[in-house]
Design a protein around this ligand. Structure first.
Ligand code: TTP
Ligand code: MG
Ligand code: MG
Length: 383
């Protein structure tokens, strides 16, 4: 994250973030006229242990949202219509959208099936306004795919993404440079890229809740508490985000890792934490439409000695239960029970790699657009 941040980039860039509205549910409503105007829930079995992948905006007014159990969603809205996901249809719609985006610039970075960043700085060199491009993109997506998208326009990725989310669904928000700091100030820190739940908890203990609170904290304090991530928080709170839009990167793995405020000694807690991370990794793989054959765990001990252990499955996997099934053996190999004294673990991580190259087609070349991705949830430099 920080390495990217220090890369040279033009002072004022024009970045657009496009995100489809209620994506899976909108595809279902487009393809099945009887679902239009109805509370539609795409996900697992409401009579079993399924979860909500997404739901239509009609369903959201009942308080239903992604990742909620399907059974709870049914309690909240008994008349909701439950639909099983049709990933092939969503991939096809995604390809159509990405194709439209690529007609404006080759600098398109897909983040998942339903969203991407575009750097349109060059396309605005002739005086065309970025907002004009965003308007045209939204109109073309609606006309050519029958689906609606929200868009955000700003001078960096963080603000463009926050902007696209601001007036969902079917919204367009522009945050010009002179509005950036004021827009950020009242937001909760959890809205910032790279700030996970453990970081939120730690910031909260320091009395830092909003981005303005973060901006009023010294660089030294943030660096001391959060290491490299603290320097990123310092910059992003000031509307500084020089991460370039990166097209055509090859994604090789998806992982989640966490540094604990207090070292873990209890294997049951280690296992529970690994299971939580497996759920996060599974969700991200699902969003990206990816599956991989290798599951790895990373364990860092109190003395910073770090071990990784991997298991390669015969088939590509992405489901939480399939990833979880590998974890007990991997933990037993990484932290043998015969260790003298108690193990003392400061960091755990779960990663899935060795992707099946044909899983997703996101770019106009028909080639998979992938990159290594680790989500850090790091409370700081505790021992
Ligand atoms: P999102 O863009 O997060 O959500 P959305 O498009 O359904 O709704 P909106 O953007 O209008 O708020 O995710 C895109 C798709 O990814 C979503 O339609 C279904 C899938 N998804 C899951 O399967 N599980 C999840 O937990 C989330 C958040 C999304
Ligand atoms: Mg969306
Ligand atoms: Mg999205």
């Amino acid at each position: 994250m920080l390495d990217e941040c220090t890369e040279k980039a033009p002072d004022i860039r024009k970045i657009i973030h496009v995100d489809m509205d209620a994506f899976f549910a909108a595809v279902e409503q487009r393809d099945h006229a009887e679902l239009r105007g109805q509370p539609v829930i795409v996900g697992g079995d409401p009579t079993g242990r399924g979860v909500v992948a997404t739901c239509s905006y009609e369903a959201r007014s009942f308080g239903i949202h992604s990742a909620m159990t399907a059974s709870r969603a049914r309690l909240l809205c008994p008349q909701a219509i439950f639909v099983r996901p049709r990933m092939a249809a969503y991939r096809e719609a995604s390809q159509d959208v990405m194709g439209i985006l690529h007609s404006y610039t080759r600098l398109v970075e897909p983040l998942s099936l339903d969203e991407a960043f575009l750097d349109v700085t060059a396309a605005t060199a002739d005086g065309t306004l970025a907002i004009q491009i965003a308007k045209e993109i939204r109109a073309r997506i609606e006309q050519e795919t029958g689906l609606t998208a929200s868009a955000g326009v700003s001078y960096n990725k963080s603000l463009a993404k926050l902007a696209s989310d601001w007036r969902k669904p079917n919204g367009l928000v522009v945050i010009p440079p002179k509005r950036g700091l004021a827009f950020l100030a009242p937001l909760h820190v959890s809205k910032l890229h790279g700030v996970g739940p453990a970081t939120v908890a730690r910031l909260s203990k320091m009395g830092i809740h909003t981005v303005l609170d973060l901006r009023n904290t010294s660089q030294e304090t943030l660096a001391r508490q959060f290491g490299k991530a603290g320097l990123w928080f310092y910059e992003v709170a000031r509307g500084i985000d020089l991460r370039p839009v990166q097209p055509h990167r090859e994604r090789k793995s998806v992982g989640y890792e966490r540094t604990f405020e207090e070292n873990l000694r209890d294997r049951t807690i280690m296992m529970a934490s690994l299971q939580e991370m497996a759920a996060q990794v599974s969700r991200r793989l699902h969003e990206l439409g990816l599956a991989g054959r290798t599951v790895s765990i990373k364990v860092r001990f109190r003395d910073f000695q770090t071990v990784t252990r991997s298991h390669t499955a015969p088939q590509p996997i992405w489901r939480c239960e399939d990833i979880s099934a590998c974890l007990p053996e991997l933990l037993a190999r990484a932290v043998p029970t015969g260790l003298s004294g108690y193990p003392s673990v400061r960091l755990l991580g779960v990663t899935v790699s060795s992707f099946a190259a044909t899983e997703v087609n996101c770019s106009d070349t028909g080639q998979l657009s992938l990159l290594d991705e680790v989500i850090y949830d790091q409370p700081g430099q505790t021992s």
